[in-house]
Structures are given as C-alpha cells and as structure tokens.
Design a protein around this ligand. Structure first.
Ligand code: XMP
Length: 490
C-alpha cells in the first residue's frame, strides 16, 4: 500500500534480539576457536573484549585484569590528567618482571627501622646499598626476626646476608628462577657492570606472570592499556600518550560532528598511540573518519544505562549500526568496536557476526570485584553501583563534553543516562570465562575457527517476537541461577 507520505518510507534497523546466527556445518570444537583479533590498526588482543570507559567500570585495577586475560580496559576520563597518567603507569608497571622502583635499605639503618619500612612498603625483603647504589647485601624478614626482640637497634650491616646472588640486566626469567631455586632465595637484585643496583626480580613476580599466558603486552612486555579522552582534550591525549598508553579512544556520544572530527584528526597527528574514533552509527559517519582513524567505535544509544534515544529521539539499533559502519571500515582495513547494549555472550558474538572485531561492555563488568566502588546490599541481595557517563552524577564529576555540553556548573544538565545498581558478580576472570566461552560456542555453531573466518561465514536469520520468546527459557520456573543467564536482565 502507498505510504501516507514520503517521510514514512523508512528503512528498518535491527538489533540483537531481532536476529540469530544461522547454524552451519561445523568441524571445530568450540574450545579450539581462536579468539584473537584487532582493536585498532596496530594493537592485537587475545580475546575480542574491552571494558567501557566509565567511572563505575574501568580504572587501573579493571584494566590490569582485562589485559592479563587477553582483553583491553579503557580508563574513563572523569579523573584529572595527573591521575590518569598515574593510572596508566600502574597498568604498565603491573606484572613488571624487573621491578625498577626498588625499596632499598641503608647499612646504617637499625633493624627496627628497616622492619617498619618494609612493612609500610609491603615488601618482605630489600637489597642493602651504599650511597652509590653498590649492592652490599640483602635483608629479609628471616634475617631480621632473630634481632627483633634482643637487638632491634642493631645495624642492618650486622643482620643482612652479605653474600648476595645478583644477575645482570640480560637475565631471562627462567635463569633467574633457576638461580632462586638453586640458592633457596626469593629475590635477585639486578645490577650493572659496576655492581650497581638497577632493579629486582622476585620469584612471586615471575610465577605470577607465568599464570597469565593469555595476557596482551606491548613490545616492552608491559600490559596493554587504553584510555578515553574528550574530543577536544589535546593535553590529556598527549599526557596519556607520553605515559605509554597503547590506544586512545576519542570519547564522544556523537562523533559525526565537524568540530569533533577536526579535533580528533589533530589529536591523531600528535600522538604515537593508536586513535579510535567514536561513537558513530552510520555509513556516512564512518566515511568521514575512516581516512585517519585507527579504529572506529559504534553505538548511538544502545547502552543499558543510556537514555539518549528516549531523551533525544535519535539513535540506531545496534546490529544495523555495526553492519553499516563495518561495510565502510572493511574496505579500509580499519577495525570496528561494537559498544553498548550487550547483555549476553550471544549478543557479543552477534555483534561480531554483524562486522565488529571486538566488543565493549559496561554493565556486564560493572558488578565485578575489579570495577570501582564497593558492594552494597539491598533486600538481602548484593549490588554494585553502575551509572551512565551522561547521568547527572557522572556529568557533575566532569566529562559533560562527551555529550557536547558545556560544563557550566550553574546550569541544569540534560542527562542522557541513569544512575543504577547492578547485581554483584564476583571476579572478572569468571565473567570473562563465561563470556568468551559462550562466544566460542557461537563460533562452533557457525563452523568458524577464527574471528576473521567467522565474520565471513556468519549469516543471520530474522526472528519474530514469537521466535524471540522461544529463545529464552519459557514455560518453566527457574530454580537455580545459571552463571551466564539471569532472568532479571530480560
Ligand atoms: P552497556 O550496555 O554495556 O553500555 O552497559 C556501555 C556503553 O554505554 C555508553 N554510555 C552511555 N550512553 N548515556 C548514553 O547514551 C550514558 O549516560 C552513557 N554512559 C555510557 C558507552 O558507550 C558505554 O561504553
């Protein structure tokens, strides 16, 4: 039939619940599905997952754990620039094999002083050095203990072990471990040719790093880090870049804006880090940034705490948004990140089927131990706070320019997000295991052994509302909670 008006001849846009992956013949075991991917032109990940740049999701603790498990944490920007630099340094120094910031003791200090110093610094041993950093000995709890009662004012020189096993800068972790086992010691000072202290390797550090065999690291072996910068924040971008951030995310709710694009282009020209531009949700927006972006981030209003679509009337259902942007990005070999609206592992793998290389999630991680904020109890159930960066509370803490608003404190905000609570979930590691395991199973149903093959091979079918009801548990009363499905989230 004729539409009443040309205005109403409108295209349809789809989101996660509108589609399912068409099952295909498969010869792969889900566990074998290779989840490595790219988040930007020069940065690879081992799992296609990012934690959102939100002040209730990603600070250094989350970012460290994300990178250890193969993904990427993106620091939020509701913190001043110095704090962000310190956060990036914390990520870069985590799992450092050679500790550079070594706590040292002076031979003339008393045993009691050193004991107190080590307690305060949270270390159990310290190299003893003279004024010129020459290593004279090493002192540990075991050396100190016999003195603590009787001779606590004795000098360190008396109590320390003076036959120190040291190693040069070029020692490998394996060699260092062998030295430690052979001499029954737990730390090896690293020295230069003149026996001057340059660092310290500890057994705990080496063993801990071995545990994270899926970690993503930079060329110097440091964990990868991402950070959000405002569209006009050149100074933050440069400071984060100098601190060694790997990927900068231009953090804007609507990046298809001439001023934002111009400024993002200037930032890109000034930094070494890769620059991901977002958020966008259409083919035209992708075309306007694709010549300089190292990655593009998609999502106009799909987020769980987001009210952009109801407040502004604008938005793009996420599966269509991803597919439109990916059409353009693929031709330029630029990775696509799908940001927001993902509730289940099935949504995450659908996002990749639509053309994303990785997904960014907020609500999925906000309830974990590693997210900022404490656990609260309401009606006997545990929760953590989760709020939109466009909520009144978050905008009052800075970052209103994400919504291209002036940060004039006297004016009332027009929020585009809500402040909420999300169920407490325990460790990030177990959430990631469920998430990535579910995504790998999706790859199995499609018969794809890697993300690039999956993107090629995946096909969607359209689901009716009856089909959607059939997808969720139905006609039963759920008696036990599943680790990867919560009916509350419906
Ligand atoms: P999920 O669904 O994973 O979404 O919780 C996280 C993403 O939502 C975006 N975001 C917002 N969008 N108003 C919005 O319109 C907000 O207040 C807001 N805060 C975050 C952001 O892209 C995030 O990664």
């Amino acid at each position: 039939s004729e539409p009443f008006s040309e205005k109403l001849r409108v295209p349809e846009a789809l989101t996660f619940d509108d589609v399912l992956l068409r099952p295909k013949e498969s010869a792969i075991e889900p566990d074998e599905a290779d989840t490595t991917t790219r988040v930007s032109k020069n940065v690879r990940l081992n799992i296609p997952v990012l934690s959102a740049a939100m002040d209730t999701v990603t600070e250094s603790e989350m970012a460290i754990e994300m990178a250890r498990h193969g993904g990427l944490g993106v620091l939020h920007r509701n913190m001043d620039i110095e704090t962000m630099v310190a956060e990036i340094e914390r990520i870069k120094q985590a799992d450092e094999l050679i500790i550079r910031d070594v706590v040292t003791a002076d031979p003339e200090q008393t045993v009691r002083e050193v004991d107190q110093m080590m307690n305060e610094a949270g270390v159990s041993g310290a190299p003893v050095v003279d004024d010129e950093d020459n290593v004279l000995g090493i002192i540990s709890g075991t050396d100190i203990r016999p003195y603590l009662e009787v001779g606590e004012s004795d000098e360190v020189r008396e109590a320390m072990t003076d036959e120190v096993i040291t190693a040069g800068e070029d020692v490998s972790p394996r060699e260092a471990l062998e030295l430690m086992y052979e001499h029954k010691i737990e730390r090896v000072p690293i020295v230069d040719e003149d026996n001057r202290l340059t660092g310290l390797m500890t057994m705990a550090g080496i063993l801990q790093r071995r545990e994270y065999d899926n970690a993503v690291r930079d060329h110097d072996g440091h964990l990868r880090a991402g950070a959000a910068v405002g569209p006009f924040e050149m100074d933050r971008a440069q400071a984060a870049d100098d601190a060694g951030v790997d990927v900068l995310f231009i953090d804007c709710a609507h990046a298809h804006n001439a001023n934002v694009i111009e400024s993002a282009r200037e930032i890109k020209a000034e930094v070494d880090a890769d620059v991901v531009v977002g958020n966008i949700g259409t083919r035209e927006a992708a075309e306007d940034v694709i010549d300089f972006a190292d990655g593009v981030k998609v999502g106009i209003g799909p987020g769980s705490i987001c009210t952009t679509r109801v407040v502004t009337g604008a938005g793009m259902p996420q599966i269509t948004a991803i597919a439109q942007v990916a059409d353009v990005a693929d031709q330029h070999d630029v990775p696509v990140i799908a940001d927001g609206g993902i509730r289940y592992s099935g949504d995450a793998i659908k996002a990749i089927a639509a053309g994303a290389d990785a997904v960014m999630m907020g609500s999925y991680f906000a309830g974990t131990d590693e997210a900022p904020g404490r656990v609260i109890t309401m009606n006997g159930k545990k929760y953590k706070q989760y709020r939109g960066m466009g909520s009144v509370g978050a905008m009052q803490s800075g970052g209103g320019d994400r919504y291209l608003k002036d940060e004039d404190e006297d004016e009332e905000f027009v929020p585009e997000g809500v402040e909420a609570a999300t169920p407490y979930k325990g460790t990030l590691e177990s959430e990631l295991r469920q998430l990535v395991g579910g995504m790998q199973s999706g790859m199995g149903y499609v018969g794809a052994e890697s993300i690039p093959v999956f993107k090629e091979r995946a096909e969607f079918v359209r689901v009716s509302s009856a089909g959607q009801q059939e997808s969720h548990p139905h006609d039963v009363v759920i008696t036990d909670e599943a680790p990867n499905y919560s009916p509350d989230e419906n």
